[in-house]
Design a protein around this ligand. Structure first.
Ligand SMILES: Nc1nc2c(ncn2[C@@H]2O[C@H](COP(=O)(O)OP(=O)(O)OP(=O)(O)O)[C@@H](O)[C@H]2O)c(=O)[nH]1
Length: 302
């Protein structure tokens, strides 16, 4: 059997219906954090199985919070946050159409240099008449060369199956990223590691060494209701350590603060986060590092 697996970034303005769509695609059984969707900013939001494909949904949390204007810089940052996605889905609202915010996202998409596929999903089609929808499809495809356009209603379920089937065929061939029995409940420690990794990505942008991973080594729930969490950031080279620490340690301090706040919000109690940077040249070859991330060890993973 040929399996496929990949990461999918669902992007869009606030209120576009990302959570609704995600929940529908993922289904209650395998969603991770559906009960806290609005407040959750874990990068991995859910895992869906479609035939022989495993679809791992990631998001770019916090970057599309309600604002009057989405400026280009923010959209660019959002894009770099979604950088490890294999496929991108831009979700827009049918009745709002090509807003300034959507335009900003399109501008951000155009700045990309890779050839990743991007699908357009026009959501909330239940709120508009057919002619409006056709005109909108035309306008949006004139504004950006989408690989596919789907007209959906995340709430009512229209068109969602088709979108999911397309995603299943677009993710790359390869072993599943999560063992089937782990999907229902990605361990908290892994989610916490993802959060720290995300803060590193946001802070370091292009500078971020590709060969980097974050692990939660220890998690101690204390009597006072707080948790002490120890995480290790593994880098492949000595030089990378300096980048991560920053001048007088200011980079790592800022990352630690941001990650601590986010993890605390997620778990709902105070957190003491301790980050350590370790150089381990061979970590990419160590299967243990992969299982710690909830991934299957596989060679040649790019
Ligand atoms: N009429 C209609 N409403 C929808 C549809 N999909 C989502 N909604 C509604 O749109 C609102 C926003 O949906 P969410 O899924 O929370 O949107 P989101 O993009 O995750 O929002 P943020 O978390 O703010 O980024 C909710 O009230 C949904 O019920 C749809 O297909 N039709």
């Amino acid at each position: 059997m040929t399996t496929r697996a990949g990461f999918i970034a669902l992007i869009g303005e606030p209120n576009a219906g990302k959570s609704t769509l995600l929940n529908r695609m993922v289904g209650a059984k395998v969603s991770i954090v559906t009960h806290k969707v609005q407040t959750t900013r874990a990068r991995i939001r859910g895992v869906a199985i479609e035939g022989d494909s495993q679809l791992v949904f990631v998001d770019t949390p916090g970057l599309f919070r309600p604002r009057r204007r989405l400026d280009r810089a923010m959209v660019a940052a959002a894009w770099s946050g979604a950088a490890d996605a294999d496929v991108v889905v831009l979700l827009i609202e049918a009745h709002r159409g090509l807003t300034e915010g959507v335009q900003a996202i399109l501008d951000g998409l155009k700045e990309r240099t890779d050839d990743r596929k991007v699908a357009l999903a026009i959501n909330k089609i239940d709120r508009v008449e057919a002619p409006v929808l056709l005109k909108l499809t035309e306008d949006l495809n004139a504004a950006y060369p989408f690989d596919e356009t789907y007209m959906i209603s995340a709430e009512k379920g229209h068109g969602v199956e088709q979108l999911r089937a397309w995603l299943a065929q677009e993710v790359p061939e390869g072993p599943w990223l999560y063992p089937e029995d782990q999907i229902a409940d990605l361990p908290l420690r892994m989610i916490a590691a993802e959060m720290t990794r995300e803060k590193l990505t946001l802070r370091l942008h292009q500078e971020l060494p590709y060969q980097l991973t974050v692990e939660t080594e220890a998690w101690e729930n204390r009597k006072d209701g707080s948790a002490k969490i120890d995480q290790v950031i593994y880098v492949a080279r000595d030089g990378h350590k300096g980048i991560l620490l920053g001048k007088k340690g200011e980079t790592i301090k800022a990352v630690s603060k941001a990650a601590r706040e986010e993890i605390a919000e997620f778990v709902g109690h105070p957190v003491h986060l301790f980050l350590q940077v370790k150089v381990r040249p061979g970590w990419l070859e160590e299967s243990e590092r992969y299982s710690e991330m909830g991934l299957n060890f596989k060679d040649g993973n790019t």
